[in-house]
Design a protein around this ligand. Sequence first.
Ligand code: PLP
Length: 389
Amino acid sequence: LIQPATRMNGLPTQFFAKLVAKANAQAAKGRDVINLGQGNPDQPTPPHIVAKLQEAAANPLYHKYPPFSGYPFLKEAVAKRYKEDYNVDVDPTTEVAILFGGKTGLVEISQCLLNPGDVCLVPDPGYPDYWSGVALAGAEMSFMPLTEQNSYLPDYEAISPELAARAKLMFMNYPNNPTGAVASAAFYEQTVQYAEKHGIVVASDFAYGAIGFDGHKPISFLQTPGAKEVGVEFYTLSKTYNMAGWRVGFAIGNAQIIKLINLIQDHYYCSLFGGIQEAAALALTGPQECVNELRAMYERRREALFTALDRIGWKAARPGGSFFCWLPVPEGFTSEAFADLLLQEADVVVAPGVGFGTHGEGFVRLGLLTSEERLQEAVERIGKLNLFH
Ligand code: PLP
């Protein structure tokens, strides 16, 4: 009786739902599972932001429908943060769209721009939600391999001119999920030139913009001259302020694209609850020490993890940003078989690299999403399996 539309066939099955189910099944056996598989921040939202929501929830204005495309005060707060952090000027009225988390915008931009037959350039490995929007638009994906030799940056020269001519949209994401790679200003300049030359829109996913290590402050794509002419950047409060459950994000940049995203948002959602918008504005304009503390916490965790990895002989490069570590699997295992082994034998959940694309095979992703002690414990348990020499 129920016949799904053909566009649903293109939607990838939720790889991470499978991972969660396996982890839960292991925990249900009464095992002490250490979950480093999901990208879910473990710390609570800073109290001043929570208190603002509690107060704002009582405001009867917010009990009505919010204005379409959201409250101007939140867009102004976004513009202020981008000015302070990146010295980027954005017009809050035309160059900012409020999103239900970065995710919605990352899916919607494909629906805004792609026709069936158009090509979208997608990083491999990469965040799987990019695929969903392309599938819903009935467009075609072309994967850009991210390899260690090329510092996990796409190689534009490897893309054929025929493919480039059909490409209409491209995703990129630095600091990168899942590899932890960061991008330079020179790479972004090259990206703008490439996009201009081939008429490709750039969707820069800056979800981990606040998390750079070793004194490196991640660069926003919008800092690049000409960036606003060719693209938009997606930003989220999920990671920067531990607000993943609140579902607040933004698209910032090219006014024509922002208008299209707002139009879709207006039809689907109207906008976010006003109380959340007020608390989000405070997160962006209030004290930022919490962000510095968060960055320092992830850097301490990274050091604890890599010191432990060194002890068991598991060799890998440290991430330059994000809260993910990208580690090679020992010879003889697929990433999925290795992740299954770690779950069964060490009660440690890691994400198999193949879940992020075929070029993710041979790696697993570990999130720095528990305490230093638990990270060390996870590695000690893995060490007991004697897989590294
Ligand atoms: N982009 C990347 C690379 C992510 O890892 C995530 C979340 O895990 C998101 C975007 C989406 O974040 P949210 O929808 O919570 O804003």
